[in-house]
Design a protein around this ligand. Sequence first.
Ligand code: PLP
Length: 401
Amino acid sequence: DSVFAHVVRGPEDPILGVTVAYNKDHSPHKLNLGVGAYRTEEGKPLVLNVVRKAEQNLVNDMSRVKEYLPIVGLADFNKLSARLILGADSPAIQENRVTTVQCLSGTGSLRVGGEFLARHYHERTIYIPQPTWGNHTKVFTLAGLSVKTYRYYDPATRGLNFQGLLEDLGSAPAGAVVLLHACAHNPTGVDPTLEQWEQIRQLMRSRALLPFFDSAYQGFASGSLDADAQSVRRFAADGGELLLAQSYAKNMGLYGERVGALSIVLKTAEVASKVESQLKLVIRPMYSNPPIHGASIVATILKDRDLFNEWTIELKAMADRIISMRHQLFDSLRAKGTPGDWSHIIKQIGMFTFTGLNPEQVAFMTKEYHIYMTSDGRISMAGLSSRTVPHLTEAIHAAVT
Ligand code: PLP
């Protein structure tokens, strides 16, 4: 008998499990709206042209070797990543108050940040929005933090519960860590306005709450890299400290390359360099050092003016297609006379629409229409196309009538 015979089967991941179920379905009409990855109008994964070009450059450069990177990753990548999110004129960068380490995409950046906080920060509680990306709770709990939630989404308005958010952060213990989605909140698609961000910033700074930004969608939400970084930049501009996890999965389409960065903005260069020395002690026994290929692609693109401009154009095209899908779905439900106010579809931001459909309605749409999504009613707009909007409209209509 196996010494592991007692092992019980674990549950499927709630998000990745949707794709598992989809793959088992043989219907020609099946539609996967669970996956958090961009699809073209033809329903295909997309490798950006600019990424192909950067990879060609890398392959043709015979001076490149496959040696280990340093524990903190590729130096150019780290410098350029901090600049991308904090802005080229960031005082924190000019004053060397930022430490950046290359990590395994957004998830790995969150985990390394969480482990660092658990070892070196006096307040072990992190507040995450209710609801949030399902992995946040697990990442931070396993990092050694105690996870609590703050009110975020109001099902009645399908918008932000701003009052609840202010109350919950206002009564959090001084110093607590607060996880903030930099833009395109997942799963709700609901972001604070700039005025609301300003109030959140003032409240958090007055209570010494420590911001931990999760930036998985810079440029992917609005099509503008700068617009989508405004929340982070406002917090950095006040001179206070913050943590920041960046992912290039969505905005460069580098999902499987696992390329991201953790930056910590500090008060002084002296503290920044000590913090970096401790981040190395977190990383070394975890995975030693990060992989080289994805970070080299990103650095190649961010370093070169022409490639960078090409990237912004391709990025905006992805964002625009998603925004256009919102309008097509909204118009289609209106034209069909589907009961309900569906304006949240065009108001929400980013890859996902939080439809308001309940788990029974979702199960009905999967069973009868072969449409796959998470049971909370979240649909990926990136998985939709002009061709599939009518099928989804039919299904939603049938589910709510
Ligand atoms: N954070 C949020 C809010 C996300 O939606 C995602 C991906 O779906 C991630 C982090 C991390 O993704 P990755 O580890 O692929 O960069």
